[in-house]
Design a binder for this molecule. Sequence first.
Ligand code: MRU
Length: 325
Amino acid sequence: MRTIDWIDGAVVLVDQTRLPGEEVYLRLDTVAELVEAIQRLRVRGAPAIGVAGALGVALAAKQYADPAELAAAVHLLETARPTAVNLARGVRRVAALLPSFDAALGEALRIRDEEIASSKAMARLGADLVEKLCGPDARLLTHCNTGGLATVVEGTALSVVFELYRRESLGGVIASETRPLLQGARLTTWELRRAGIAHRLAVDSAGPFLMARGEVDAVILGADRICANGDVVNKVGSYAHALGAKAAGIPFICVAPESTVDLSTPSGAEVEIEDRGSAEVAGTTAPEGTEAINPAFDVTPAHLVTAIVTDERVFSGRADGAPAG
Ligand code: MRU
C-alpha cells in the first residue's frame, strides 16, 4: 500500500483523518481538493506532504492553462502548511518545469520514488546505529507517526523499527500518543499492528518518566525540518522527550531524509511554527470559550540530539558540516 500516488490522472491518497477506524482512499482531481487534504491532515508527515505538493503541481499543470491561474495554484500548494520544508521544496522543484505537464509529472514521480528509496536507506542506517548505540533488543520510544503514512511506504524513524523487527533485534516499542491530533495513538499503533509488532501506547507526558525509570533505551523520531546548525523541528512534544532522554542518559535519535535537511535555515529560531488554532486543543473538553495555544511543532536544540540519520549519512551537530561555533 502506498500512502499517496498518482493513479489514472489524479492524486490518490489514504484519508488519515479516518484511520484507524476506516481505510478510505480519496481520488483528488483538483488543486483545491489537495490543498484541503494537506491542511486538514488527510495527508501528513513531512515526506508525504512533499510528494503531495509535487504531485499537486502536476495536477495544476493539467488544470490551468492560464499562467496567472497556474502561478496562484502553485502558491496555494507551497503555502498550505509552513513548517515542514519538504512541502515548499517539492512544489518548487516541480514548478521549475512548468508549464509542461509531462515534465512536471515526471519530476513529481521522481520525488515520490526518491522518498521510497530514502525510506529503505534510512531503515538500514538507522537500525545499524541503534544496534551500535544500544546493542540488540533495544526498547524504543517514538513520537507522532513516522511510518509509511508519513512518507510513501515504510517511513523514517518507524522504518528503523520495522528493520530492527526484521532483524529480530527489537526489544519493544512505546508509541507516544501525540496530543492533540493523536498521530501516535491513531496511526503509529495502526501501522505497528498491521506489521505484527508488539507495542504499547503512552500519554506524551509519561515519556520522560518512563525513560527515568529505565524502560526506554533510546528515543527515535522524525523531523519536519533539520536546520543548518542541527536543530530539529518536529511534532510538539519532541523537545520534552529530548530533555527526558538527556536526563536519563539515553540516545535521542532523529531519522529524516535529506529532503528534510534545510541548510538555508540557520537554526530553529527562524522556522515558522504552525499554530493550528484553539479548537483542536480546547475542543469539547474545556469550558466553552477557552482559548488554547496550539503550536503543532517544537524545536529540539542540536545539543540534545545524539545523532541524525538521513538516507545518506549519520551525523551529530551541524548539518552543513561547518565547525561548531
Ligand atoms: O502535523 P503532522 O502530522 O504532519 O506532523 C508530522 C511530524 O511531525 C512527523 O514526526 C514528521 O513529519 C517526521 S515523520 C516523516
